[in-house]
Design a protein around this ligand. Structure first.
Ligand code: GLN
Length: 536
């Protein structure tokens, strides 16, 4: 079967949840027995989001092959069985980089290089590159209709549709239908305008997903259908939901998957969403109440910065039949003695990844508190590095122990820069990135959680534990329970004499899924649940 394509665009405003819509369509198509893959094009000029601030762009999602990519790829992996790679996320910057490299090589044989056809051809080529053997490819175009930067992508998908034919590609447009309180009405005008803009560049949407806080009445759908030139049955309410994992169910109720099959001329197949429905039920009404996890970090004011982490914690809750309530603690102002009070409601503390010195003292203080008061602790990446510094200073007697990232002149760089990277000061692409194997020691919490000793997890960091310090710290009770097979890098640390104290150098949150919660999040939430009982 030739690959079918579903192109997703967005109008009116950003942040409508195109990524979730794309991921949800992927889920529904897999549930009907089709193989899917998902891809995202971002119109901005950065080559990748690796150097962008989490405050601006949200989390950087890391793929198996070590690409720093858009956080929507995280949704794709959580909702479907797609494993994304460098071929699944392209920015304008990346596309132009490729075109310019070809120009420099002389590939264009002296021709004038232009947006049409050279940039658009490059985009189409990137789409085709991952189509092999895939039944349905879902392609999300980032940004909002009307942005200057997105034009080449829209032009490329317009051409693409013409090339593969009507029954092989559909356009799904996500838009907003706001409720205006003063008028007591839902307003369709923004949708009309954004579809008009799309049609002006030659794209007639086949399906409209209308984000709204209430069900669209028949008359509203009829009006949108008329003005936007879309059949009424293809105007769908994409209602706000409590859990993002409900989105596929809500869209299916509107008949989205059935209409996509029809438009794409695909054979009708029954859908099996049983496992998903059961998971959503558990997520929405857990049997065992709630646990509170304190996240002591730097980007806590902007939740998108820790997208995968939030989701992985939710998954840990699903696995333990509890709701996980996140209690954000700004690490920056914890040194005034306010820490015990600020973390008082928490059943466990987590220090997530991060870059730069801001807030590090607070994180170290939180770790000391968790260690001494025997509160479950989970450290991730920077969280592990801070745990080593804390232990070296307060148990190992190395008062000035630090990371070379925070104090290059420390006499005890317990955390230091990867040796082969010393001297590399360029900001982009100089980290230990992507999947690395790890061997787990027996009789450890990690082994108990994973149920095996050979694992692979994803990384994104420049600094590492300096092994020569670990010998002494191990004697004092901080045990290395995971390392790379060549023993070079420390990957997991635990304090065995503690109810739950585990830190990892990798980012387990990138591999957690709602129907396969990550072992370390499952075990951490389980520890929080046990702590809740003892703390009562
Ligand atoms: N800043 C640390 C490093 O570069 C930790 C990075 C992270 O937490 N992702 O090694």
């Amino acid at each position: 079967m030739a690959t079918k394509y579903i192109f997703i665009t967005g109008g009116v405003v950003s942040s409508l949840g195109k990524g979730l819509a794309a991921a949800s369509i992927g889920r529904l198509m897999e549930a009907r027995g089709f193989s899917v893959t998902l891809q995202k094009f971002d119109p901005y000029l950065n080559v990748d989001p690796g150097t962008m601030s989490p405050f601006q762009h949200g989390e950087v999602f890391v793929t198996e092959d070590g690409v720093e990519s858009d956080l929507d790829l995280g949704h794709y992996e959580r909702f479907t069985s797609t494993v994304t790679s460098r071929e699944h996320n392209f920015t304008s910057g990346k596309i132009y980089e490729q075109v310019i490299a070809k120009e420099r090589r002389g590939d264009y044989l002296g021709g004038t290089v232009q947006v049409i056809p050279h940039v658009t051809d490059e985009i189409k080529e990137c789409i085709r590159r991952i189509s092999k053997g895939v039944d349905i490819q879902i392609v999300e175009i980032g940004g909002t209709i009307g942005d200057i930067e997105s034009l080449p992508f829209l032009e490329a998908i317009r051409q693409f549709r013409l090339e593969v034919g009507r029954s092989n590609a559909v356009f799904v447009h996500l838009t907003l239908v706001p409720y205006i309180g003063a008028a007591g009405e839902l307003k369709t005008k923004p949708t009309q305008h954004s579809v008009r803009d799309l049609r002006a560049i030659g794209i007639q949407p086949d399906v409209l997903l209308c984000r709204t806080d209430r069900l669209l009445a028949k008359e509203i759908k009829k009006k949108i259908a008329l003005f936007c030139n879309v059949p009424e049955e293809a105007v769908m309410t994409a209602m706000d939901v409590e859990s993002i994992y409900e989105v596929p169910l809500v869209l299916a109720r509107e008949g989205l998957d059935a209409i996509l099959l029809k438009l794409l001329d695909l054979p009708y197949r029954d859908k099996n969403m049983d496992e998903w429905v059961e998971m959503v039920q558990r997520a929405k009404s857990p049997a065992d109440g709630e646990v509170v996890v304190g996240i002591v970090g730097k980007y806590v004011a902007y939740e998108d910065s820790y997208k995968s982490l939030n989701e992985a914690l939710t998954h840990g809750g699903i696995a333990n039949n509890v709701r996980v309530r996140l209690h954000w603690v700004e690490a920056d102002n914890l040194m005034d003695g306010s820490l015990p009070e600020k973390v008082a409601p928490c059943h466990g503390l987590l220090v997530p990844g991060g870059f730069g010195i801001r807030g590090v003292d607070g994180m170290i203080e939180a770790i000391r508190f968790a260690r001494e008061r025997r509160i479950p602790f989970f450290g991730i990446c920077l969280g592990l590095q801070c745990a080593v510094i804390e232990f070296a200073r307060n148990v190992g007697g190395l008062k000035d122990a630090d990371s070379a990232e925070f104090n290059p002149d420390t006499p005890h760089p317990v955390i230091y820069k990867l040796r082969e990277l010393e001297g590399v000061e360029q900001m982009g692409g100089n980290m230990r990135l992507g999947k690395w194997p790890c061997v787990i020691k027996s009789n450890s919490a990690a082994q108990k959680a994973y149920g095996r000793t050979e694992i692979s997890e994803r990384h994104r960091h420049r600094y590492e534990v300096q092994r020569k310090y670990m010998e002494d710290l191990e004697k004092r009770g901080l045990r290395v329970t995971g390392e790379t097979p060549d023993h070079r890098f420390v990957e997991i640390l635990e304090i065995p004499d503690h109810p739950y104290f585990l830190a990892c150098q990798f980012h387990p949150e990138f591999k957690s899924k709602p129907i396969q919660p990550h072992p370390l999040f499952r075990s951490f939430i389980d520890a929080c649940k046990r702590h809740r009982t003892t703390a009562r």
